[in-house]
Design a protein around this ligand. Sequence first.
Ligand code: ADP
Ligand code: MG
Length: 580
Amino acid sequence: MPIKILSEELASQIAAGEVVERPSSVVKELIENALDAGADQITILIREAGKRLIEVIDNGAGIPTVELPLALHRHATSKINDAGDLFRVATLGFRGEALASIGSVSQLTLLSRVQKDDLGASIKVEGGEIKKSSRVGIPPGTTVRVEQLFYNVPARLKFLKTDRTEKRHINDVASRYGLANPGVRFKLYQDDELVFQTSGNGSTREVISAIYGLGTARKMIEVIYEDELLGVRGFISPPGLTRSNRREILFYVNGRPIQDPALATALCQAYHTLVMKGRYPLGVIFLEITPGKVDVNVHPTKAEVRFEDKGEIFKAVGKAARRALLANTPVPEISRLGGVDLWAGSPADRSHIQRGVDPDWGMLERTSQGGAFDPAADSQQIPSSLGTPILRLIGQVAATYLIAEGPDGLYLIDQHAAHERVLFEKFLTDKSGNLPSQTLLEAIVVDFSPASSDLVRENLATLRKLSFDVEEFGGGSFKIRAVPALLKGVSPEEILRAAVEDLEVDETPLEKNQEELIIARVCKKAAVKAGQVLSPEEGKQLLLDLEKCQSPRTCPHGRPTMIHLSVGLLEKKFGRTGAI
Ligand code: ADP
Ligand code: MG
C-alpha cells in the first residue's frame, strides 16, 4: 500500500485508542475540562456504566459560540501556545485531543455559553462528523453529553468489563477529582442514584467523609510537610485503619491525580512494623512541586509523570508520613466501642481466638522456618484426596504449628490453614440460613467507599444466606446486627470488609463461585492466626474438627494444612534403618 495521510476521523479514532480506554476515561477528561474552565459546580450523570450516557455539566467559563466547532478539532486547545508552555502547564488538559477523540467514538453533544452572551450554542457530532448545530438558551457553562460510547468500535465495547467494574472505575475517577478539589461541588449519579456529593466548602476532610464515610474521615491523620524541593500535604490513615490493597492510596502532583507505585511504596514503608504484612494504609496525598521539576507530558492520559529528583521526592513522602504518624502515637484499638464486649456469649465461648497475641500483630512475630531441616524437602506432603488419620496433639511450635502424633509418625499442622478449612466446610454444609447466627449486643454501622458499598449491596442476599444480618443504612453505610455464630470473637466490621474488598479482582460470573469466594474470604479473616498461642484444649478441638472435614488436607485456597514426617523417614534421618 502506498503511504497516505490518514483522514482526520481515522486519526482521531487511533488517538482515541490511547485516550479513551473505557467510560471512566471519558469521565476523567470531561471533569478535567470543567475544572480547567474554572467551574465550582460539576454534576456527572451516568447511565448503564457510561455505555449509554456520560454527561458532565459545569458552570465554568464556557466556550464562545464561534469556537465551538474548534473545541472538537484534534490538537485544538486554548491552554498552551508554544513548547515553553508545556513545561509550566498549570491546567489539567493541554493536548487538545480529548473532545476530538471522544467525539470520534460516540455521539457527542456539546452545549456551551459564556457569561456575557445571552444565548449559548449546541453542536452535535457523530463518529467525528458534525451533524447539527444550533443556538440554545442555557445557563452559563458547558455541558458535554456523550451517548452510545464505542458504538462504532465494537471491539472496544467487547473488552469492557462488567458494569460493576466500569462503574467502580467511574466512581474512583470522580472521587479522585473531588478529593483534589474540595472547593468544587461535585455530584455523581449512576442511573439516577446519587453516588456521592461534596459541599464545595473547601474542606478535604469533608470530601473524605463524603466518599469514605464519617468514621474514616475522623480517624485520618493530617500530613503537612515542606522542604526546599516540595510540599507534601494531605491525609493518611492511622495504623489501625488499613485495607487489603493499595487502591485507596491516592497521590496527586500539583493537583493532578497520578499513578506511581513507587510513591505508594514510600508511604507504606512509613508504616513498616506498624501494620501487618498484606495490609495497606489509606492516603490522599498532594505533592506540590515547582512545575519545571516535573514533566507531565509523558503519558497519553497524563496518569504518570516524570520527576527530576525522584529519590528525593520519595524520601520526602516517607518522612512526611512518618512524622505525622509519630505525632499521632497510635493507640491500639480494642474494638470500635472502646473495649466494650460486643459479644452476648460468655468469654469462654471465644474459642481459639485472640489469646495472648493481638491478631494484628501476630504475623510480625512469625518465626521463620528452615534452619535445621527443610520441611518441604524432608517430608511428604499428604495427597489431598485422603482424610486425616486420628491425631494425638503433642504441642505447638512457634505459636503457629500444631505437632501431633498419628498412626505413622509425626504431623505438623498449620493452625491457620487448618482452621480456615474447618470454618469453610462448616459454612458450606450449613448455609442457606441454617447456620446459627449471633446477635450483637449493639448493632455496628460500617462505612464503605462507593465502590465497595456497591459490592456489599450486590452481595446482601449471599451474606444473609450465610447468616449475616446486614442491612443498608444509607450513604454507603451498612448496619450489622448479627453475624454467623461461627465467627464469634472476630471484629464484625473486619469480617464484612474482608468479604467484599477486592472482590471484583477475582471477578467470576458464576454466582456459586462468588458465594464460595465470599465464604473463603470470611474464613481467612476469621481463622486463628499464625502467632496465636492455643491452649491444649483449643488445639485438640481444632484437630477433631479437621478430622471431620471432607478435604482436611488443604485450606480453601489450596495450600496444605499439614505435613507428615513418617516413622520411616525419621528412621532414615537418624540412621536407624537397618540398625537394631
Ligand atoms: P484540552 O483540554 O487538552 O485543551 P480538549 O479536547 O479536552 O483539549 O478540549 C479542547 C478545548 O475545548 C479546550 O482547550 C477548551 O478551550 C475547550 N473546552 C473543552 N471543555 C470545556 C469546558 N467544559 N468548558 C470550557 N471550555 C472547554
Ligand atoms: Mg481536556
